[in-house]
Design a protein around this ligand. Structure first.
Ligand code: PEP
Ligand code: MN
Length: 358
């Protein structure tokens, strides 16, 4: 039986993240077995291959279908690797469960669709031993991502993880899918125990970007990577420009630097505590400043003065920007901060003048 994902991940934490690798699509039995053998020889333990492929337009290679599940069974028997594939419908889930696939992942187009997610969740009821990974939806909507995870959780699945594969954007960009790292970071903040994988192949869309994106994910503390690897990437039937051979993958993995030791994590936590405290101080000081502003508002009201005194505001801007620059901050940054503070002060003074008590 599959070990608990969380415990596999904690085992791998001492040095390397958990790696899932394999071709974008299962194409032929030979391609699947050849790729799997090479990956297994390089120490990879989790093999991925898409059997059903969601393609943007009709006419592309839409996956080999159910026949490919037999090839994944062979991979498991001959290499001992765990197998992983994408499911998008009830029929996919049932076929993958029958074929004893270890990890099922839900793709970005599917996780954006609550009906499809519910159908998959319902098909998983009674299969609590399975590990399910949910990719982020194509659009940058964290609630939709969390909702998709919740549907699977509510079906009784506890071996649950998320995959960050970037978000679609209109037009041409460096990345095929924009990483928008703050979204998986927010997911981690909202569900701290949920393991998060990064998919640098679909974020970057280019082989050359796999290493830097993987490094960035590791630096941010992601628990694993899912990387597309093909025995002959240039002739792959889907996503050829973002796949690497098992040997290149091995090189990439070996050059990744896992920086976080427990000592440095502790130091980082201490620094973060300092930031929390300083932020509290900042908010307290701002609130004191607003209190004084409201008193000034009261004074202006009693003396029938205007709320905004332009000369005074200009003087404040100049002197504070100068001070900020002397203290190694950019003048533009300080200007933005002061403008925001001024806006809130004016808003509060207007409330006073319109009759609210201080
Ligand atoms: C895939 O992993 O091959 C895939 C189709 O990914 P995504 O759902 O992220 O586009
Ligand atoms: Mn792909």
């Amino acid at each position: 039986m599959m070990e608990d994902l969380q415990s596999i991940i904690s085992q791998s934490i001492d040095n390397k993240p958990m790696i899932i690798a394999g071709p974008c699509s299962a194409e032929t039995e030979e391609q699947v077995i050849n790729t799997a053998m090479n990956l297994a020889n390089n120490g990879i333990k989790y093999f991925r291959a898409g059997i059903w492929k969601p393609r943007t337009k009709p006419g592309g290679f839409e996956g080999i279908g159910i026949e490919g599940l037999n090839w994944l069974k062979r991979v498991k028997e001959e290499t001992g690797m765990y197998t992983c594939t994408e499911v998008a419908t009830k029929a996919h889930v049932e076929a993958a469960l029958n074929a004893n696939i270890d990890i099922l992942w839900i793709g970005a187009r599917t996780s954006a669709n609550p009906f499809a997610m519910q159908e998959i969740a319902d098909a998983l009821v009674g299969h609590e031993d399975k590990t399910i990974l949910v990719k982020n939806p194509v659009n940058p909507d964290i609630e939709l991502w969390i909702g998709a995870l919740q549907r699977i959780y509510n079906a009784g699945i506890r071996k649950l993880g998320a995959i960050h594969r970037g978000f679609s954007a209109y037009g041409k960009h460096l990345y095929r899918n924009m990483p928008q790292w703050h979204i998986p970071i927010e997911l981690h903040r909202r569900i701290p125990n949920l393991p998060i994988f990064c998919d640098p192949s679909h974020i970057g869309g280019l082989r050359e970007l796999i290493a830097p994106i993987s490094q960035q994910a590791i630096d941010m503390g992601f628990e694993g990577l899912i990387i597309e690897s093909h025995c002959d990437p240039d002739n792959a039937w889907s996503d050829k420009s973002q796949q690497v051979t098992p040997d290149v993958l091995n090189y990439i993995i070996n050059t990744l630097v896992v920086r976080a030791t427990s000592q440095s994590t502790e130091n980082l936590n201490l620094l973060r505590q300092q930031i929390d405290e300083l932020d509290n101080d900042l908010i307290e000081i701002l609130s004191k400043r607003m209190r004084v502003c409201r008193e000034i508002g009261q004074y202006k009201k009693e003396h029938h003065m205007q709320v905004v005194q332009t000369r005074r505001y200009d003087d404040i801007l100049k002197s504070r920007i100068k001070l900020a620059e002397e203290m190694e901050m950019s003048g533009d940054f300080m200007k933005t901060v002061l403008q925001a503070i001024h806006e809130e002060s004016v808003r509060q003074q207007i409330e006073i003048i319109n009759g609210r008590k201080i």
